[in-house]
Design a protein around this ligand. Structure first.
Ligand code: ADP
Length: 792
């Protein structure tokens, strides 16, 4: 028997299957999807079994043997193996990079090296591991480092030695437990406390944690006595990491659906029950009860004994969502998001893989949750750009969802108040089935919205960042004890430093972008590469001392608001939310302490649902309009609609104020009127005229290299290849410098290809990729091919 494997070496040269012989002793063990260890060149490397067959083309003398198998159960299901092949082809990626995107980091080849040799020497840290017991059953054990060190020379998290999978290396997560040996208790009757404790331990019918006994009043001393007398034995128990361990979830109950909700629910539910892989678009205004529909659909999936995947754009930003899912489905829910440690992610992944969790709630990568019987996949806020990975492999979660749905024969639901133009266009052509939710249940009206023209304010002598209208509205809320949410899409204190004498603006030395002033540490920071320098009040160019700061970031606005209103303010931006759990803490303070103002960047636009928020203000609605991106209007409309939806979601009516210098712009006026359809129609005209998505598909080629000349040569070559090989209906734009011409000291040039139908394109892309992989190895010049890019 032979296994065709993909080796865990991320190089294009080895981006193909290699045959290995399956040794006799492992023929019944190794399955497709297993991780194995194979000799590869001078080393042994991790590899993934993609198929198993009786014959091999490799001459008998040449074929090597698999050294060992690393998992009890394959880590990839047959479906995920097939999926990885499709994605590798579509996104022009090496298989290994896709496979290792599908799996949690802890299982990757050479996962982040946590070399614990020091710890190992001291023998202090403790490991838990799964291993084969004699009868082939999986057994979980724990060992001291020094014991483990006798088995393996180096210890790395997530690495596997022989048949041992090291799950974690934390001390506190292995806790002491005790179990009864079920002896006759009678002789203990004269030690009533011990007798009672033993009774309690026996009642558990399984090992119990000492801490749990302690909580019930049975000290360690009592247990020690029992152990000494031979009634019980102590053992190590593994306590699985549960990031939500200490969270109490508010109760949430199933609501009776409104007619609109019920229409959507019934249709999607029918697809679920009939096992149809249809895609639905649930277009519902903010607060219209989309989530309620999702919850009830997931309940049906569970009732049918099937699993559910729920994607949200960024889970840390939506603690309320997690609460609702945990409240409805309890321990059936696995939560996957970027703030979890590798170990925590692995635990959640295991819960899914072993069937202990039936629902996953998570950000983009949780689309790969290893469920075996998916009943429904839901993508909330489907228009969000976070669903497309910006690094390789640059997959889009919705595309993956459709592939998985095809395999599992289940519906996909895309939900949004502001669907992407692509999705809405598909629904208009009945490729997706669309349902509209136009009301808020409970009949809260959509908030009143208004636009303030900031040029008028300036003309009238108000040069501040707050219009008089917004200032008065905030003051009114403060007086009434109600809350305001303010959006400013720009972090930092001032945007940039400028010399009033010569106009010099300090730029990042590595990137082609100005540095942002951060007041708290008096520094200038690059938001692209994190380069930081201390502020000097002297112009680096002309030496003048006439240096000042322009533009206004969240830090600065916070200061202004404090001056004007003299109230407590919560600021939420990348700077205040870096610590794990910071989002939740800030939001719960906002809610529980009824803090008058929440000021933040776009991270406050999503998901918040607080009854006392009655005013939403957008300080500068134009920030996104000016981005050099054909989706700038769409993103502006989406952001404004989203943030407006935070006001007046409950009994109290809401009000929304957009401050802008473009009061006539349709992205702003239509967001004010909450008129998606009209926006869609207008924007589609623009896209048609300018020949952009959804009328065309796009591929973005970005070349980066140290020398501009090299970028130019490469992009010229790519341009020629495209011209020679694609049809005349294609549009090729460029070569041109990328919007940010230099990042991290590399110059960047790009070409945009727009096409409608190009069956041969895949071959052209593969050839280009192949060619530039070789060039990269020799010169370091890299080509990134982004299929269906989010930003252009
Ligand atoms: P969305 O996901 O569209 O923003 P939600 O599902 O969060 O909307 O619903 C908004 C609010 O309305 C929530 O507080 C929710 O509990 C409530 N809600 C949703 N559907 C119903 C219903 N059918 N009856 C009563 N309340 C509902």
């Amino acid at each position: 028997m032979f296994a065709a494997v993909i080796v865990g070496v991320n190089s294009k040269n080895v981006n193909r299957l290699f045959d290995y012989k399956i040794p006799e002793r492992l023929t019944d063990v190794i399955k497709v999807g297993h991780r194995v260890f194979v000799p590869f060149g001078p080393r042994h490397v991790q590899a993934y079994v993609m198929s198993i067959h009786d014959e091999s083309d490799v001459p008998a003398g040449k074929v090597k043997e698999i050294v060992k198998v690393m998992d009890v159960e394959p880590v990839l299901t047959d479906e995920l193996v097939e999926l990885s092949k499709k994605l590798a082809a579509y996104y022009i990626e090496p298989y290994i990079s896709v496979i290792e995107t599908i799996l949690p980091v802890a299982l990757k080849t050479k996962s982040k090296k946590v070399l614990l040799l020091d710890d190992a020497a001291s023998g202090e840290a403790k490991f838990t591991y799964d291993s084969y017991a004699v009868n082939g059953e999986l057994e979980t054990k724990s060992l001291h480092t020094r014991e483990l060190a006798e088995l393996v020379p180096y210890i790395e998290t997530g690495e596997i030695y022989e048949d041992i999978l090291i799950k974690q290396h934390t001390r506190k997560k292995v806790q002491k437990g005790v179990r009864s040996l079920y002896l006759n208790k009678a002789p203990l009757e004269r030690a009533p406390k011990q007798f009672e404790a033993l009774q309690v331990i026996e009642n558990y019918n399984e090992p119990v944690l000492l801490t749990e006994l302690k909580a019930q009043g049975y000290s360690e001393a009592i247990v020690r006595e029992l152990e000494k007398k031979g009634y019980v034995e102590k053992l190590d128990m593994i306590v699985e990491r549960d990031p939500y361990e200490s969270t109490v979830f508010e109760a949430d109950y199933e609501k009776e659906l409104t007619t609109e909700q019920a229409d959507a629910f019934n249709s999607i539910n029918a697809a679920l029950n009939d096992k149809k892989d249809e895609t639905f678009l649930l277009h519902g205004i903010t607060g219209s009860g989309k989530t309620e529909v999702y919850l009830q659909l997931i309940q049906t999936a569970l009732n049918n004994n099937r699993d559910a995947i729920m994607l949200v754009p960024e889970i840390a930003l939506t603690p309320q969502m997690v609460n609702r899912f945990k409240a409805r489905f309890g321990d059936d829910v696995a939560v996957l998001h970027s703030a979890l440690s590798h170990g925590e992610k692995y635990d959640e992944w295991r819960k899914i893989q072993s069937g202990r969790a039936r629902v996953s709630v998570g950000a983009r990568s949780s689309i790969f949750a290893p469920f075996k019987n998916i009943g429904i996949i839901i993508i909330d806020e489907e228009h969000e750009t976070t669903y497309k990975q910006s690094e390789r492999p640059m997959y889009h979660a919705a595309e993956v969802a459709k592939l998985r749905a095809e395999y599992h024969q289940c519906p996909v639901v895309l939900g949004s108040a502001t669907p992407s133009l692509e999705s809405y266009a598909r629904s208009s052509k009945d490729v997706y089935k669309r349902f509209e939710l136009t009301h808020r249940p409970g009949m809260q009206p959509m908030p009143e919205a208004d636009i303030v023209d900031m040029s008028d304010e300036h003309k009238d002598g108000n040069s501040g960042i707050l219009s008089r209208k917004l200032e008065a509205a905030i003051r009114d809320r403060i007086n009434k004890g109600e809350q305001t949410v303010l959006l400013l899409n720009r972090r930092g204190f001032a945007n940039f430093q400028i010399c009033q004498n010569c106009g010099h603006v300090p730029n990042c030395p590595n990137c082609d972008i100005s540095l942002t002033y951060h007041k708290n540490n008096n520094s200038l920071l690059c938001h692209y590469c994190s380069y930081e320098e201390q502020v000097t009040r002297k112009c680096a160019d002309c030496g003048s001392n006439d240096v000042t700061f322009r533009g206004t970031g969240t830090q600065k606005v916070e200061e202004i608001l404090r001056d004007v209103f003299n109230v407590d303010i919560i600021r939420m931006d990348v700077d205040t939310t870096q610590r794990k759990g910071a989002h939740e803490q800030l939001l719960s303070r906002f809610e529980n302490d009824n803090v008058p103002i929440l000021l933040g960047t776009q991270m406050i636009a999503k998901g918040l649902d607080y009854p006392n928020v009655t005013l939403v203000g957008v300080l500068n609605a134009d920030t996104m309009l000016n981005l050099p991106d054909f989706r700038a209007n769409e993103r502006t409309f989406q952001l404004l609609t989203q943030v407006a939806g935070r006001a007046g979601r409950h009994e109290l009516p809401g009000e929304v104020i957009f401050q802008t210098y473009n009061p006539e712009h349709y992205a702003i006026t239509l967001a004010m009127k909450n008129n998606y359809t009209e926006f869609y129609e207008k924007e589609m005209q623009f896209r048609k005229f300018a020949r952009y998505s959804p009328y065309y598909f796009h591929i973005l080629f970005t070349v980066s290299a140290e020398r501009i000349q090299d970028c130019l040569e490469a992009t010229t070559d790519i341009h020629k290849t495209l011209v020679d090989n694609v049809s005349e209906s294609c549009i090729i734009i460029g070569p041109s410098p990328s919007p940010i011409e230099r990042i991290k000291n590399k110059n960047r040039f790009q070409i945009l290809l727009k096409y409608k139908r190009e069956p041969e394109l895949k071959n052209v892309l593969d050839a280009l990729d192949e060619k530039y992989t070789q060039i990269y190895k020799k010169t370091g010049l890299s080509l990134k091919i982004d299929v269906d890019p989010q930003y252009i």
